[in-house]
Design a protein around this ligand. Structure first.
Ligand SMILES: Cc1cc2nc3c(=O)[nH]c(=O)nc-3n(C[C@H](O)[C@H](O)[C@H](O)COP(=O)(O)O)c2cc1C
Length: 343
């Protein structure tokens, strides 16, 4: 008889549920410890790993197995690869699927990164620079579908280099024709980074123009923002990034409010932060500990009344033990921050 875990892995890939909620791919943040933490509050519908270099993965980069780790929910976790050429990305996808199959696990999704605007990636021909060439991007999607039969393939994009609704629609239609299962749109231009608010009218335009689901992403922080993305801009669902690091319980809070607008939950802020430190210690290799803790607490300290000082102390801490000491000491001084009612 199959164990419960194997049975879950061998279950067919589930289609997206209605109004899906997703965790965004974020370098140094979208790792297994964050997914474990989110799961402990009830989880979300799709997780994304942080972007991983396809070429690095094929060359057996030392930490890549942590970057592509899809536990604890491999059946609903998409692995995001980046690169500048079709072939290595497709080869990485085929190899990953082969490894998962051999291990009796599964691959919940593959994502093509067409959105990263970090200069190093963009100048090398990866991330958003794919958006210069719709045909080539469509070839990548088709190659991923062939390399990993049966695995959902998505593309995550920005608006590209200039605000052109026609160009964006042509790009998304090309991805759809190539077999993309859904598209995630972060409606900012390449050079806008996180400045200004998103140009959400572009999400509305793409949602009308393609037949596959379109997921909206960018600055969604609460149940109201989640509803707006779908009800005003026609998206199928929403992807949250930074807010899910600030508040790993956000997906459960949104789901609770969908069922009952008066829903609230009591959150143990100190305990949750300590749990994250323990998960980093347990699940990631020690050379990654301090960078991951710094990144996480950069956002998580927003939950604290006087988090500014702690945030900067943690950015200068030299190890995870020091982060834990600083974090515990904060609550000795401000015990009233230990638990918070979230509404
Ligand atoms: C620290 C950080 C790292 C990111 N890394 C990635 C990445 O690896 N791949 C990607 O497609 N987007 C990446 N992004 C962009 C996010 O996925 C998302 O599109 C963006 O943060 C907007 O969503 P938000 O406002 O909900 O955070 C990153 C964002 C941040 C803040």
């Amino acid at each position: 008889m199959l164990s419960a875990k194997t049975a879950a892995y061998s279950a067919p890939m589930q289609p997206l549920p209605p109004r899906p909620l997703m965790l965004a791919p974020m370098v140094e943040l979208s790792h297994r410890p964050l997914r474990e933490l989110i799961e402990s509050f009830g989880g979300c519908d799709r997780y994304y790993t942080e972007m991983t270099s396809a070429a690095g993965y094929l060359a057996n980069s030392p930490y890549d197995r942590f970057f592509v780790d899809s536990e604890p929910r491999p059946e609903r976790t998409a692995v995001q690869f980046y690169g500048a050429e079709v072939e290595p990305i497709a080869a990485a996808a085929a190899r990953l699927l082969g490894e998962r199959t051999a291990a009796g696990s599964c691959l919940g999704g593959l994502d093509a990164n067409f959105g990263c605007s970090a200069p190093l990636i963009e100048k090398a021909g990866g991330g958003v620079s794919w958006m210069k060439d719709a045909d080539r991007s469509a070839r990548l999607i088709a190659a991923l579908k062939t390399a990993a039969p049966g695995v959902p393939v998505s593309a995550k994009l920005r608006l590209g280099y200039e605000a052109s609704e026609a160009a964006l629609i042509a790009f998304c239609r090309a991805l759809e024709a190539a077999g993309a299962d859904y598209i995630v749109v972060h409606p900012r231009l390449k050079h806008e980074k996180f400045r200004r608010s998103g140009h959400w009218e572009f999400v509305a335009a793409v949602s009308t123009a393609v037949g596959i689901p379109v997921i909206g992403n960018g600055d969604i922080r609460d149940a109201g923002g989640y509803r707006t993305v779908m009800e005003r801009y026609g998206a199928t669902g929403a992807m949250l990034g930074r807010e899910a690091v600030r508040r790993p319980w956000i997906f459960s809070l949104i789901r609770g409010k969908e069922a009952n607008p008066a829903f609230g939950m009591s959150v143990a802020i100190e305990e949750t932060g300590l749990r994250m430190i323990a998960l980093i210690r347990e699940l990631l290799p020690s050379p990654l500990h301090i960078s991951r803790a710094r990144r996480f607490f950069f956002y998580y300290c927003d939950n604290l009344s006087f988090g500014h000082h702690l945030r900067w102390s943690i950015q200068n801490a030299d190890g995870l033990d020091e982060v834990e000491r600083l974090f515990r000491a904060y609550f000795d001084e401000v015990p009233s921050d230990r638990v918070r009612l979230e509404r």
